[in-house]
Every structure is written in C-alpha cells, then in structure tokens.
Design a protein around this ligand. Sequence first.
Ligand code: 3H9
Length: 695
Amino acid sequence: MSPVSLLQDGEVAVITIDNPPVNALSQPVRAGLVRCIADAEQDGQVRSIVLMCAGRTFIAGADIREFDRPPMEPHLPDIVSRIEACMKPVVAALHGTAFGGGLEVAMGCHYRIAVETAQVGLPEVKLGLLPGASGTQRLPRLAGVQKALEIMLSGDPLPAPEALASGIVDRVVQTDLATAAIALALEVSGRPPRRVRDLPVAAVDPSVFEQARSNVAERARGLFSPAKIIRCVEMATDLSFDAGCEAERQLFLECKASPQSAGLRHAFFAERETGKVPGIDGDTPLRPVNSVAVIGAGTMGAGIAYACLSARLPVRIMDNSREGLEQGVATIRELFDAGVKRGKLSDADRTAGLARLSTGNDYESLADTDLVIEAAFENIAVKKEIFSALDRVCKPGSILATNTSTLDIDAIASATNRAADVIGLHFFSPAHVMRLLEIVRGRATATDVIATSLQFAKRLRKIGVVVGNGFGFVGNRMLYSYGRENQLLLLEGAAPEVIDRVLYDWGMAMGPNAVGDLAGLDVGYRIRRERSNLPDDPRYYRVADLLAGMGRFGQKTGKGMYLYEKGSRSGVPDPEVQALIENESKKLGIVRRSIDAAEIIDRCIYGLVTEGARILQDGIALRPGDIDVIWINGYGFPRHRGGPMHYADAVGLDRVYARVCEFRDRFGAQYWQPPPLLEQLARDGGTFSQFVASG
Ligand code: 3H9
C-alpha cells in the first residue's frame, strides 16, 4: 500500500503522507506524491489541495538512509517543482517538525499553515549537506537573505510563530490543523497559484556574504558544506531561479559524496542506535525515578545535581564536609544564575529549580530516594563505604549509581547486598553541558536498572551509552592510549602547543595538553597512583606526573602544561616546561627529533582506534558506533569524522593496519601490537562497521 493517499472533501483534495516514524521522503512517498498531485489536478471537482501528514510530524526530511544507495526516481527537486507547477492551489499543513526536504516540499506548496507547536528548519548542514531540493533558492525569497543564511548555517529549528514572523508560513493556528488547512484551501481556491519561485530576492549588501564566510571560517572549522550554502544563497541573488536550482543540485551532490557528510550521517544514526540494547525493549519494566540524591558536592556532584534539577527532578545533595556542601550549593546557584543571564531560564525557572534542591549529610534522609548518584572522591575504599551506607538505608528498588570514571563497578557493588541495583552513571565534565552518559553495567546489574538509566539519560537530554565494566570503561580506557601517545611525543620532540595545534586543526575540540590543564593534571595523577596495572615504562605519563608533582595542576593553579595569566583560560607556552621536558628526554636517553603533523595525528588517533578494537574484542562496547558516539560527545572528537572507528573504516583498515605495524616496528610492540580484530578485518578487507558483538 502506498504511504500517500488522496481523499476528497468536497472541493478540497486532502493528500496525506503516512510513513512512520517521521514521514521521511523515501522513494514510495515521492512516487505517491507525484501520483496524488496529478490525480487531484485532473479531478474536475477539486479546486484546491491540502498536503498533510499522519502521525507525530510533517515530513522530517529526505530519507537519510537512501543517501548511501544509488538515487532512485522520482527525485525530490522534481517533486517540489511539480507541486509548485500544479494549477490548483496547494496548502501545506505543518505539525511536528517540517525539516529539510519536508520544508522544501512545503515551500513548493502555494500556502503554508502550521500549528503553534510546529517547528520548521533546514538542518542539512548538521549532516554535512545543503538543502538540495531548492531550499537554498526558495528560503531567501520567503525570509530574506540574512534570515535564510542564519537558518541554513545553524541548522536550528524555528518555532512556528517565528516562522510566521519571518514569512516562511502564512498562518499559525492553535488547534485542529486539518480543519484550518481545509478552510484555508477553500479560501484560496480559484485564486491563481502563488509560487515562491516567482518572488524576487530582496537586495542585500554583498558584505553579508563576506561576513557569513568569515563567521563560518572561524566557527565551522574546515566543514565542507557551510561555504557551499553561502554560495547557493549568493547565487539566488545573482542567477535566475532555475539556474540557481541547477547549481544547488551540483553542490548538493558534492556534499552528499563527501566523507564529512558520511561521517555526520553515521553519527546521526549511531546516536539513535545506542538506545537499542539486546535484552531491553519496550516491554522491559522501568523503575520510577521521581527523586534523586547526589552524594558529593564537588564540581561534578554540583553539575549532576544541576542537570537533574533542570530536568525538573527534586534533588537532595549531600557532602560529608559542611564547607563542601555550601560550596556545592553555591555552584548550583551560579549555574542557575548563568542560565538566567544567558536568557535560557526565566527567574521563575531559577526559583522553582532551587526550590527542588535540598541538602543534608544524613544517610537516613535518603531512605525513600529513587535514584542515588554517588559522585565522591575517586577512591575505592571511600566508594565502598558510601555504598554500604546506602545499602543499609535505601528502600528496596532504589537505584544506586556511581559516577566513577575508572573504578570497578562490581567491586563497588560488593559493598552492598543488592548488586542488581548498582550501576555506573559516568557523567562528563561539565556534567550539565556534556551530552554523554556512559551507563556501566556490572556483572549483576538488573535489566530494568539499565533500561531505567537509559530513560533517565533521555530525561536529562543526554545520550546514554551502555558499556561493560572494565578499567576506564570505554571513553577513559581509550583516553589512556591517546594521552600516552601525546606524552611520548612530548619526550620525543614535539612541543605541547605543536601537538595541540595539529590535533585542533585536525578537528579535535581542544588539544590534549590544553584538555589536561582544563581538567586538572592532578586528576589523572591521582588515578594513576591508584592503579596497580600501569605499564612498566618510565616514559609513561612522565611529563604529566612531574608537573602534577610540582603542584602545576593546570588552569586552577595558573600553571600546568601551559602558563595562565590571572583570570585567563588560554594558556601560553612556558619555557620552564619546555626545559623540563627536554631534560627528561635527556635523562631517559631519548634523542629528540622533529615530528611531522601526520605522525602526531596517526599516533594519537590510531592509539584510540587500536584500543577501540580491543574494547570491541573484549565485549566492553556493543558496537563500534557506540565508541564513536562516546568519543564525539564526551571527548570532542570531530563529529564530521564520524568517531574514531568510523574514521578508521573511512581511511581503510588495511592502511590503518599497515601504519600500526610500522609503529610497532619503530616504537615496539608494547603499545603497538595490532589487536587481532584489526588484523583480521584488514586481511579480510572488512570494516569495523561489520562487527557484530558475539554476545
Ligand atoms: C534532506 O532533507 C536533504 C534535502 O534537502 C535534499 C534531498 C535531495 N531519514 O530522532 P528520532 C529515524 S536531509 C531517515 O529518534 P525524535 C531515526 O533514525 C534530512 N530516518 O526521533 C529513528 O529511527 P529508529 C533533513 C530518519 O522524535 C526514528 O526516525 N532532515 C530520519 O527524537 C526516530 O528518530 C533532518 O536532518 C530521516 N530524515 O526526533 C531531520 N529522521 O527508530 C533528522 C529520523 O530506527 N531527524 N529518522 O532509531 C531529526 O532531526 C529527528 O529525527 C526528528 C525526530 C526531530 C525528526
């Protein structure tokens, strides 16, 4: 059965698309649209047409999954033109999210009506694309060049009332969209179709484009599609509508074929896959989470508490030190204040949020709490003590979570008599900003506890990724390999600012040395001192350990790998650190050399890839895509490169394997012995994306 149907309502023909979940424009939808428009046009009784969608949303865009397959007719640009060419007025009735190709179809219609809650947008840039079905030519005609650039370069949605004010929709209604759309269709029937293509593009100062280009160069950092979007809009001002559409099509196809778009599309689907965990489905029972307690009011605890308060949960925060607790509450207050200052929150939100916060230091008060998140000092004895107290007081069924970043969940659970209720909820700093939540399942963690944690992540607007229990889980375990190579490169001759610049230019949100200073060099130092399984290698994190030992913790002490002027967050190279590094190289007998950018990138990134392969072999991650999501959302890996595992697939595992073997031969097998999974896939011409966990 076709996902597109036509129903006649007197003089109005109603075309309905029903293609769950989001009414994407897959081939049968496109074919159905062509057929229904032709039928309605030919029907002598029909005077006007409504185009609407069943389910939760108007068309949310082209079917992104089709982009990996050869294009199939009819093509979307032709359909938009066909709708616009229709001799009878067509009214698009928008609800939910009219995104991408969906908005392009709506702009091909002659009128647009939306419910107040609808959103419109052209998010193609987030997929490394540009609107490829005449959106770059129509939007400037409706909303003006400046607004069109803003919408397409940000990819962010516009609420219906704003779309009305910008001229993108003609009418916004509060209720019963179908009735209002039919009424509008009756009102305009008999009028000649009003075509967006015939509208002029309002003249603009050409400096608008120069400004847009310079903003993109600064913010979009090497992304391929934003500059092309600007070019398309510029062409809308210079060329005829048809010539503009033709040029847009070429540039769209270039974007679609680019590795950046492949990486971004992979990230889009990988993020949606993370919710799919074997053994958990819609039937898995969920535990109620209506109250949260956070133990430990440090930066992490306060950030977690704020994230929960922002999700409208009541939170009790505890700390065994009175000053610590006061400081934690002050931090939460500052976060609310900052939200108000940035216009993200109203005064009323702040007051209500703070009213949901309570404090204490008595475990008994946690008896009825649904979810307790421990965010105390990273020390197994401290954590065990807390969990044993929680086990004593919490009601049966409370979820007992630890925010540990490296410690063994099973060891922590062993301090309780309810290991099934214990789970790791690993937040990333700053906890209220970072979207990642590693959900660490212990040996005994109950399925409903995992399912509830995934739902809790969603409630906090985070991406929950379920991982296994093993040192550092996924993210931090890989970070050790990445950081190790950074530290070795320092001793071998690359300056901290050179490594940082190379990796930043490659796309990382920050270089590893700047990250170390931001997170605090003392943090890793303390964790390494707790570890009993460090490699037997005097070079291992030597520079970081020495700096931390000197009290150079990074930004918070004004000195770390870099020097910081009072109040400044950007460090400058410190000759003292350079001298220290050179001295250490000498002591260790390392001959310093000049190291090129390719080596810096390959050693750091393939350090990640090889550890990622081991993590897959060990069953700590379910899918390579989960690893990618973790690194994109927790560690600033460039989204357009799709995450480390996708990146390796894109390079070609045979090439990655060859380079790893080269590193093994040059630097030794201790760190560079290729993991069997990489070796096997490289030999078989395979990719990580084909990996399926053996369970
Ligand atoms: C485009 O239009 C190009 C044109 O300019 C030119 C063409 C020539 N295709 O996010 P959710 C799936 S580019 C295929 O969890 P929500 C998604 O994978 C496109 N599948 O729901 C998931 O599947 P599953 C421009 C899609 O309510 C399910 O739908 N448009 C697509 O949180 C539910 O998704 C966009 O970029 C798609 N286009 O959010 C919009 N969209 O259940 C992309 C979703 O198997 N989509 N799926 O995991 C979104 O932003 C959100 O999905 C949306 C709903 C806001 C719509």
